[in-house]
Structure formats: structure tokens, C-alpha cells
Ligand binder design. Structure first.
Ligand SMILES: Cc1ncc(COP(=O)(O)O)c(C=O)c1O
Length: 415
């Protein structure tokens, strides 16, 4: 178990109140609060070495160091082989579109790609539009509507000699399902297809090991795991080397600069380094079992041990929430509710309250200082399939490790 007294003081926003009560941030899947270390990183960067990269003067040289560590720290977080495999950018969506354009250059009419109906549209439309432009056929893996899990057999059904690319989410941002990505990556590789994992909704809840998973690409967004509004794409070096990049002259052909356009937010890198320092600082407070994996660095090992402990800790949140919601006969929960399957979901829970629209429920909770999302959160294929798109979607209750069981009780009472 993680101790909230150790965790919560690191997040200044958790002290915010509404009508004399602390705000309850159950809006994590839309973006999390940031650590004091992240804020300190920004302040330090802006007040000491704000400059563009690659100059012959001290502030620029110090900015180069921040840039280097910004890539290294994300290589550690994802256990990538090299910082060359880490592409920083504005957000995951803005990185996926140019990547789709680069990948599209490798595809020919008649080739096929596989997407899923469970995904956020950022892991659907970039590839679908690229496919349309290139005359490539799109297969869409279906969802079991009973528990919002993927129909994994569909991958077998659609994979074939023309499959060139498979994009799948690690975790559903809408209903919290953890997808069997290692199995899916294995199936895609056996068919010779490249794989893209959307780990945006996974990264705040579990450790990511791109070497163990052996995916070709993976996307995540630092604002979902206690950092600034930025995105990262991991690309396997051997695959990135084969991709054309869309760049201005004089082109920087070395990785990762080849896929990073314009000036990066170096201050954001300083912020993310701060948040990663926070995660490492939790290590003495967690007692995860050794997983037998090897990591690229001591920092990577610490980050993965802490994220493993966070995943385990959060299963307690899912259990508590699902038990409480099951006792409320007015509530319909979408997604995995089976208490024996807590390892297959994160505490992102979608629901509707009878006779109330999702916006009305969210407003009622919001007025009581409980921040939750309503709508489709861009998981639009799913809300359409569930038949809730035209009536306001679902209410999304999304916890991360800084939330507490007391907050869950307050939410259940308010609901
Ligand atoms: C699963 C998932 N994928 C992609 C995105 C898009 O991320 P970004 O805002 O970094 O483009 C989100 C954002 O909510 C998401 O939850």
C-alpha cells in the first residue's frame, strides 16, 4: 500500500478547496495534477538557463543538458534502449499525425492495417486518414459490449500477408480496460506487421517496458502522469531509421532530432525530470516483488518498481469503487465489474445514473467539489457502440495514485 501522507504533500493543487472542502480530483484521465518537483523544474529552468539549444554560450549549453536528460528520463520511464528512440512533441495526437504521414510512405494500395473500436480517436483517425490517402484497407477489431474488452480473436481473423500495421491502446481511456498488448504485439509481429501502442491512458497506472513488449512505436502524454502538457512517441531505432521524416532544412538527420520539428519545450523537459525525481523518491516507500526484468539504468529500475507498486495500490481503488457502485441500484457501470478481474482494469470507471444525463451527474458532483468528466472523451467508436453517444456519453470517474479511499467514500455518498 502507498501512504497518502507521503504522496499528497508533493502535489500543491491537492490543497485547493471549494466551499471549505478539499477538491476531489477524479478527472485524472483528462490530465493529472503536477508535482512540486515539476513546478520547481520550470522555475529553475526559466530563472537560470532559458535559451534555445546548440548555442556557444552557457544558458544554451545548460539547455542542451536539460534536453539530453529530458530524452534520457523518458527512455528510463519506458525502458527504451536509447534516448535516440524518444521523440518529444506537443502532445500524442500532434505526434501521431506526422508519424502516420511517414508510415504511409511505406504502404501501398492493397496493404492492410488493423485498428480497434475501443481506442481514443487519436489512435484511430491518424491511421484511418493515412489509409484512405494510400488506398490501404482498414480492419477494426470489435469490443465485447458486456465488459468492454477487445474481441482479441478479431486480430487473428484480420492478420494476414498484407497486414502492415496494427495500432492498439494499452488501456481504454473511457472504461479502464487493460488490453493484452503483449499477446497482440506477438500476433502482429508473427504476421510481419509494425505495431503502435497508445499508452496515454496506461502510463499513469502501470510500468511500461518497450523492450519487453517489443512494440515498434508507443505514444504517451506527460500531462497524464503528473507533468506538463506534452507528448512523447517512442520509436524503435531500427524502425525509425527506415522512416522518411518531414523536416525543414538544414535537416538534422540524427535521431531523435530527425522526428522533432521546431523548437521543443525545454522547460517542459525540466518539469518532467522533476516529476520523475518525485517517482524515484517514492521507491523507499514501496515494497514491490522483484519482477526479474532488467532495466537500462538504476533510475529506470526505480521508476518501474514504483509504477508496479502504483498499479497494485490502485487495484484497491477499483475494488472499493466497484463495490460501492454495485450497491447503488440507480447506477449502470460500463466495463469490467467482476471483482476477480481487478488486474484487467485500472480505476477509470464509466457510468450513468438512471434518469440523469451524464452532464447533469457531472454538474451535481462538480458543485460538491468532485471533478469528473462526462461525454465520450474521444472514445467515440465505443460510445456509439454502447448506444450512449446521442444521450451525453458516460460519466468518467478516474483515479490516480494520489487519490484516497476517503475521497471514494465522499464520491459514493455524493452520487
Ligand atoms: C488513450 C488516449 N490516447 C490519446 C489521447 C490524446 O492525447 P494528447 O492530448 O496527448 O494528444 C488521449 C487523451 O485523452 C487518451 O486518453
Amino acid at each position: 500500500m502507498l501512504n497518502p501522507d507521503v504522496i499528497r504533500p508533493h502535489f500543491p493543487a491537492l490543497k485547493r478547496t471549494l466551499n471549505g472542502k478539499p477538491l476531489v480530483y477524479f478527472d485524472g484521465p483528462g490530465g493529472t495534477q503536477v508535482t512540486q518537483q515539476c513546478i520547481d523544474g520550470y522555475v529553475r529552468y526559466f530563472s537560470t538557463c532559458n535559451a534555445n539549444n546548440h548555442g556557444a554560450f552557457v544558458t544554451s549549453q545548460e539547455s542542451d543538458l536539460v534536453n539530453d536528460d529530458g530524452h534520457l528520463v523518458m527512455a528510463d520511464f519506458l525502458n527504451a534502449r536509447s534516448p535516440k528512440e524518444i521523440i518529444w512533441g506537443q502532445n500524442m495526437t500532434s505526434l501521431a499525425f506526422p508519424l502516420s504521414r511517414s508510415l504511409g510512405r511505406l504502404l501501398n494500395p492493397g496493404d492492410e492495417i488493423i485498428l480497434t473500436a475501443l481506442d481514443h480517436d487519436a489512435n484511430f483517425s491518424p491511421w484511418r486518414i493515412m489509409a484512405e490517402e494510400r488506398g490501404v484497407k482498414v480492419h477494426t477489431v470489435d469490443v465485447n459490449l458486456k465488459d468492454c474488452t477487445l474481441v482479441v480473436d478479431d486480430f487473428e481473423k484480420y492478420l494476414g500477408p498484407r497486414t502492415r500495421f496494427v495500432a492498439v491502446g494499452g488501456v481504454s481511456n473511457a472504461v479502464g480496460t487493460i488490453n493484452p498488448i503483449k499477446q497482440i504485439i506477438g500476433m502482429a509481429k508473427a504476421a510481419g506487421a509494425l505495431t503502435f501502442i497508445d499508452a496515454v491512458a496506461l502510463a499513469p497506472h502501470m510500468s511500461i517496458d518497450v523492450q519487453d513488449w517489443d512494440c515498434d512505436f508507443l505514444g504517451c502524454s506527460t500531462y497524464k502522469f503528473w507533468g506538463p502538457h506534452n507528448g512523447i512517441i517512442y520509436g524503435k531505432e531500427s524502425v525509425l531509421e527506415t522512416l522518411p521524416a518531414y523536416k525543414v532544412r538544414p535537416s538534422d538527420n540524427a535521431l531523435p532530432g530527425r522526428f522533432e520539428t521546431g523548437t521543443q519545450s525545454i522547460e517542459s523537459m525540466a518539469g518532467v525530470i522533476g516529476t520523475m525525481d518525485y517517482l524515484v523518491s517514492l521507491e523507499p516507500h514501496v515494497t514491490p516483488a522483484s519482477d526479474g526484468r532488467t532495466y537500462r539504468s538504476a533510475r529506470a529500475a526505480s521508476l518501474h518498481r514504483v509504477m508496479d507498486a502504483i498499479q497494485l495500490h490502485e487495484q484497491g481503488f477499483s475494488k472499493h469503487l466497484l463495490e460501492g457502485l454495485a450497491a447503488n441500484k440507480k447506477v449502470t457501470v460500463y466495463g469490467i465489474t467482476d471483482q476477480t478481474k481487478l488486474g484487467q482494469r485500472v480505476p477509470t470507471i464509466a457510468l450513468r445514473v438512471a434518469s440523469e444525463s451524464p452532464r447533469e451527474t457531472a454538474e451535481r458532483l462538480g458543485n460538491q467539489g468532485i471533478c469528473v468528466w462526462d461525454g465520450n472523451y474521444y472514445a467515440i467508436n465505443l460510445t456509439e457502440k454502447l448506444g450512449v453517444e446521442d444521450s451525453g456519453g458516460m460519466v468518467r470517474i478516474g483515479l490516480v495514485h494520489y487519490n484516497t479511499h476517503e475521497e471514494i467514500d465522499r464520491f459514493l455518498n455524493a452520487l
